[in-house]
Design a protein around this ligand. Sequence first.
Ligand code: NAD
Ligand code: 572
Ligand code: ZN
Length: 351
Amino acid sequence: MQEYGLFRPIDSQALGSGEKENRPIPEPGPNEVLLHMSCVGICGSDVSYLKRGAIGDFIVKAPMVLGHESSGVVAKCGSNVKNLKPGDRVAIEPGVPCRMCNFCKSGKYNLCPDVVFCATPPYDGSLCRYYKHAADFCFKLPDHVSLEEGAILEPLSVGVHACRRAGVTMGSNVLVLGAGPIGLVSLLTAKAMGASQICVTDIAENRLHVAKSMGADHTVLVKGGNLEALAEEIKKLMGDMPDVTIECSGAESSIHLGIVATKSGGVLVLVGLGPSEVKVPIVNAATREVDIRGIFRYVNCYPLALDMIASGKINVKPLITHRFKLEESIKAFETAATGSGGAIKVMISCE
Ligand code: NAD
Ligand code: 572
Ligand code: ZN
C-alpha cells in the first residue's frame, strides 16, 4: 500500500483550516478507473465548505476532501473498462448518478436524488494525488487540450447548460448578470453559440474589465439604485431589450433586474444561488411571459464543452489567474476566498 498526500480541509474542531492527510491509494471497481490527479480548480462552493462548513442544507459533518473541477491521468482500469487505458488524460465529470431512477432513465441525470457529487457532503472530492471515478464519467482529452483546460470543463459545463436552458442561438441578444467564473463561462458559451450581442453586469469594475477582454460587447457597473434605470441603460446599449438573461450572482436585486430587463417573451435563467427566498416582481414576469428557469449543475454537457475548447471556438485560458501546488493548497484557498490579485480561477496542480 502506498501513501499519498491529501488535502483534508474541514474539521469540526477547526473550521476553515486546511489539513493534509495520508490515505491509502483506492482500488478501482470493475467500472472505475484509478486516476493520478493533475489539476483541480477551486470553486466558490469549495471555499464555502471550508470557511462556513455548509451550503444551505448541505452541512459538512465529518472531514471532507474538497475539489470537483478536475482532471487526471488514468493509472489503472477496472476489469470492465473499455473506453480508457492507462496513460489517457481525462476530464472528470464529478457527479455520478444512480443510473436507476426515473430522472436518470429519462436523461435528466443531474436531478438524480442519489447522485454522488465530489466535495458535496458527505462525499469526498478529488483534491488528492490518486482518486478513483466511474470510467464513463471521465472524458479523454485530445493531445492539444491541456489538463488545466480539462479541469475547466466543469464550470464551462455549467455555462453550457445555462445557455441550453436559455435557448441561446444564432443572433440572440444575451444579458449576463455577474462576471465571476460562472458568468464568464456563460459569456464564452453564449458567444460560441452565436449570440449577437452580450452585455455583462457586475458590482466590481475589475471583473467587468475581464468580461470585456473575453468578448463582452457591453458592460454595466451596478452601483445599486434604480433597477428600472439600469434596465433602460442595458436596453439603450444593446439597441433593444435582451432576449435572454443569465443570472450568475444570486443577488436579490440582480434577479429583480433580470426580470425587468428581459424582453417580453424572453427567458431568464437563474444560475446564481443566493438566499433561499427573494422578493422579485413576479407579476411583471408573468404578464410579459418572461420564462424563469433554474439550472442544477449540468447534464450531458461535457462533450460539447470539450468540443468547444478542442475546436478552438472558445479560449478558457484567461480564466486561470493563479496556480499553486497541492502542498500550497491553504494559500490557494486563501487566494480564492479573498479574490486577492484579481483572482478568478485558482488552479491547484496535484502532480
Ligand atoms: P462569484 O462569487 O465568483 O461571482 C459572482 C459575481 O457576481 C461576482 O463577480 C460579484 O461581484 C457579482 N455580483 C454580486 N452582486 C451583484 C449584483 N447585484 N449585480 C451584478 N453582479 C453582482 O461566483 P461564481 O463562481 O461565478 O458563481 C456564481 C453563482 O453561480 C454562485 O451563486 C454559485 O453558487 C452559482 N452556481 C450555481 C450552479 C447551479 O447549478 N445552479 C452551479 C455553479 C455555480
Ligand atoms: O460546479 C458545481 C457547482 N454547483 C454549485 C455551486 C458551485 N459549483 N451549486 C450551488 C449550490 N447547489 S446546492 O444545491 N448544493 C449545495 C448541493 O445548494 C448545487 C449547485
Ligand atoms: Zn463548482
